[in-house]
Write a protein that binds this ligand. Structure first.
Ligand code: G6P
Length: 362
């Protein structure tokens, strides 16, 4: 649909694509729903997942970050062990493969050369592959045994936003349906909770002025920034740091809250921005402890928490959504903050220097 690739009234594709996330999440729920209202995934794919004794997720960039969270869904719900690998490293650091591996390639474009070379390699070994992609008919889709589509619509901005949350939504559905296929049940209704996520995304997309204020306050002049979190918040922090780096050129790193003290804390100076995610009840005390550690060294903290876990000094509070799905919403303010940081630093938001939308060389 041609209107899909128009910017319309938006100044940048990135902002348009961030705003599309509630719609894309709802579209994914519809696309993966059967006539009884339950979630469904092609039976051959579910069988392939449940026949595997171990799943190897292969991806690059933002898609790799989605894979880290997909691992949690699959392990927690379908109870299948998962390893997540950066595509470009896989052949040098090839793990000992299990007896019945399944490979899942996550790629927005379906064209990333690093991922494709792993696909070629594992096909030669006779293994099965599933590609999760936004582009039907893409190379990784054609060459794998199975494909799951993201249905996110064309993503034009180099910095990936709606494809990431679509990847998380599709991975959550795959994990849940695989669990149901094994007779396991989730402790909650995924369709309903994804609907709540879509509503939360909408609320977040309506808070752009607040995100712009945070971007100005923390990122107008800084050289560097750190993102910390524990559990899945750590993985969301990796993605938040990548977004900021890609488009604003601020040196940003994501760290596990507990790891900062093992070296990186040496970089904290007066005013260094620390974006801390606190959406997980089971690690709430520990992450807040980490914030205190960096604040006592002069850091400028920006705590993003979730309704129900909020404390007085939190800079932003996310609407309450299911804890295990929090990455789908928690990433939205990080995307918007990066967008406004880049905008106010006069960067080319949609076409950052040195980057390409899809990298077709190894
Ligand atoms: C490029 C893009 C990134 C993207 C990565 C993987 O480096 O600039 O935004 O995350 O490729 O792309 P893929 O299409 O495989 O998800």
């Amino acid at each position: 649909d041609a209107s899909d690739i128009e910017k319309g009234t938006y100044p940048h594709y990135m902002l348009k694509e961030i705003d599309e996330q509630p719609l894309v999440t709802r579209r994914i729920i519809e696309k993966y729903r059967n006539e009884n209202g339950g979630l469904t995934v092609d039976e051959n794919i579910v069988n392939a997942v449940n026949a595997a004794d171990r799943i190897y997720i292969i991806a690059a960039g933002t898609s790799y970050h989605a894979g880290l969270i997909g691992k949690q869904f699959i392990e927690n719900w379908a109870k299948i062990p998962v390893e997540v690998h950066i595509a470009s490293e896989f052949s040098y650091n090839m793990p000992l493969l299990s007896e019945k591996p399944l490979f899942i390639f996550i790629s927005q474009s379906g064209e990333t050369a690093d991922s494709r070379s792993v696909l070629v390699q594992i096909k030669e070994l006779g293994h099965k592959a599933l590609t999760i992609t936004n582009v039907p008919g893409s190379t990784l889709s054609r060459e794998a045994d199975y494909t799951l589509l993201l249905h996110a619509g064309p993503e034009i901005a180099v910095a990936s936003t709606k494809a990431y949350t679509a990847q998380l939504a599709v991975l959550s559905i795959l994990a849940a349906v695989a669990a149901y296929g094994k007779g396991l049940s989730l402790e909650f209704d995924l369709t309903k909770e994804l609907g709540i996520v879509a509503n939360a995304m909408e609320v977040l997309c309506d808070q752009k002025e607040e995100m712009e204020a945070i971007a100005k306050e923390y990122f107008s002049t800084t050289r560097n920034a750190f993102f910390i979190g524990r559990s899945v918040d750590y993985y969301v922090g990796l993605e938040g740091a990548l977004k900021l780096k890609e488009i604003s050129y601020i040196q940003a790193e994501g760290f596990a809250g507990g790891e900062l003290k093992h070296g990186t804390i040496a970089l904290i100076e007066n005013g260094t921005p620390i974006i801390a995610l606190a959406t997980q009840e089971h690690v709430n005390l520990s992450i807040r402890g980490n914030v205190k550690e960096v604040v006592s060294r002069g850091a400028n903290p920006c705590i993003i928490s979730m309704k129900g876990l909020e404390e007085e000094d939190d800079r932003f509070v996310l609407p309450s959504i299911h804890e295990q799905l929090s990455p789908l919403a928690a990433v939205v303010p990080l995307q918007l903050i990066s967008y406004y940081a880049a905008l106010h630093r006069d960067c080319d938001v949609d076409k950052p220097r040195n980057l390409a939308k899809s990298v077709t060389v190894e």
